[in-house]
Ligand binder design. Structure first.
Ligand code: SF4
Length: 471
């Protein structure tokens, strides 16, 4: 479907932006889902803060626009690992080495089902070939540098060192009915978003498929060792409240993905005992590392011993809007969940907030998201970080609703993301009443909207805030 043309001109760059003109012109007052009035207009006399990198210099291209880096520099690649290969490829490689192909299958069971790379634990393999197999197929990829726990132990942030010293992070979160892992897909990032620590040093390199998958295997190992605690009563109650309202409490928490979580449950029925949901919202732009990310996704969904046997419906790929790759993803014939990090419906702001918008505009990205829905039948998520006085104006909620509704109803869900309050920074959270009004406006215009969960915030582990550093 072609993009809708907004009847209103794009806003001018000078602050303040227009207030809630449409509301002032007589639109019904915003109401929340309970039918209560949304409160007083909040746009009046509010400024328009422009995006700007704080404490670092955004690299610019020859035309003075934020530089984008799609290709990785020529650097040494990580060693090949079992998780880079299909089972057939592993079997063929074992045969080349003069080892029975069956041993490759046994080794795969150890890695994907028992989460081990330790030859001492592989007692079903002949002692003389164990070391050789492990050396050949299971080179160490991720070395744990640090882990931080929060949310009473129900959230863990891991910092990993890769074979070449590059650092990446993943964040593990246990909920009542699922365990979600937020994973990284690149070392650094070439998308140069001014609010994001990950992109500050550009793209170091793409992660290999096995480096991506190994984050999950290592997380499963930690869970199996009892290192991830249950969420506390307050979090369980909050999740239950959301569920009672029929709301999603995470990107991939639909009925289908809840079922995916149950599939990974223990027989005691106390919730999953391994990672059930994946979100590609750690370091890097996953669609800029398309081939390796898709190979990793296949390893996640392939049944053991080929892979981890996870449900594709529990896997969420999030992008800032690489349009050709979104269309390619739609044709993969995998029922994964798709999320578009939009953060602004108007190109004037989005050009500055998400530099890749200079390549593919907001309407093109929304069209590609709609194409994903039409091709796969899977509802897509729009991510929208609410930033004080930058993108949280009522007119933007209205423009967003207009653009989404112009393409149809029931195809999309908006997830506004509350940022951390950061005094003195332009990158700070919207005021609570502004957030509420933004959500209410979208809802009143018929757009399903859920404020996202904020787990992991105290350890800088919330998405978009990941920055690997030993210090
Ligand atoms: S927000 Fe995402 S796409 Fe943008 S620089 Fe950070 S990691 Fe890259």
């Amino acid at each position: 479907m072609s993009p809708s043309k907004s009847p209103r001109p794009e806003p001018s760059s000078s602050a303040p932006k227009r207030g809630s003109a449409r509301t002032a012109a007589g639109a019904p007052p915003a109401r929340n889902s309970a039918g209560a009035p949304a409160g007083p207009p909040v746009d009046a006399a509010r400024p328009q803060i422009r995006p700007k990198a704080e404490g670092w210099q955004q690299p610019m291209d020859a035309e003075g626009r934020p530089k984008l880096q799609f290709a990785q520099p020529k650097v040494k690649q990580p060693p090949k690992h079992l998780a880079d290969m299909t089972l057939d490829e592993r079997t063929a490689r074992a045969t080349e080495l003069g080892i029975s192909g069956f041993r490759a299958k046994q080794l795969s069971v150890h890695y994907f089902r028992h989460y081990t790379s330790d030859p001492e634990q592989m007692t079903d393999l002949p002692a003389e070939t164990r070391e050789q197999l492990v050396e050949e197929f299971l080179p160490p990829l991720l070395t744990e540098v640090r882990r931080l726990k929060t949310d009473d132990g129900a959230t863990i942030k891991f910092l990993w060192r890769l074979f070449d010293g590059a650092m990446v992070e993943s964040v593990l979160m246990r909920y009542r009915s699922r365990i979600t892992l937020c994973i990284s897909s690149q070392c650094g990032c070439g998308m140069n978003c001014p609010f994001c620590a990950t992109g500050q040093n550009g793209l170091t390199r793409n992660m290999s498929s096995a480096e991506i998958v190994d984050q999950i295997v290592q997380a499963n190992r930690a869970i199996a060792a009892g290192e991830l605690d249950a969420p506390n009563a307050a979090e369980i109650a909050e999740e239950a409240d959301h569920a009672a309202l029929g709301e999603e409490t995470d990107f991939a928490e639909s009925e289908e993905s809840a079922a995916a979580g149950k599939g990974a449950s223990s027989s005691s029925g106390v919730g999953p005992q391994r990672v059930s949901n994946i979100v590609f919202m750690g370091m890097g732009e996953p669609l800029a590392n398309y081939k390796r990310v898709m190979n990793a996704v296949r390893r996640m969904v392939d049944p053991a011993p080929e892979g981890l046997g996870m449900s594709a419906r529990g896997i969420t790929i999030s992008t800032v809007g690489l349009v050709p790759a979104i269309r390619k993803l739609a044709d993969e014939n995998l029922p994964i969940t798709f999320a578009l990090s939009l953060h602004a419906p108007d190109d004037e702001l989005r050009d500055e907030l998400i530099p890749v918008n200079s390549r593919w505009k907001a309407d093109e990205a929304i069209d590609a998201a709609y194409h994903y829905y039409k091709t796969t039948g899977r509802r897509v998520s729009i991510e929208y970080a609410l930033i004080k006085d930058m993108n949280d104006h009522q007119w933007r909620a209205e423009l967003l609703a207009e653009k989404l509704n112009a393409r149809g109803r029931g195809w999309v869900h908006v997830n506004p993301i509350p940022l951390n309050p950061t005094p003195g920074s332009i990158w700070t959270s919207s005021e609570p009443e502004v957030m509420r009004a933004f959500v209410n406006r979208l809802e009143s215009l018929g757009v399903p909207t859920t404020l996202r969960d904020t787990r992991g915030k105290e350890i800088d582990g919330a998405c978009g805030q990941l920055a690997a550093a030993e210090e």
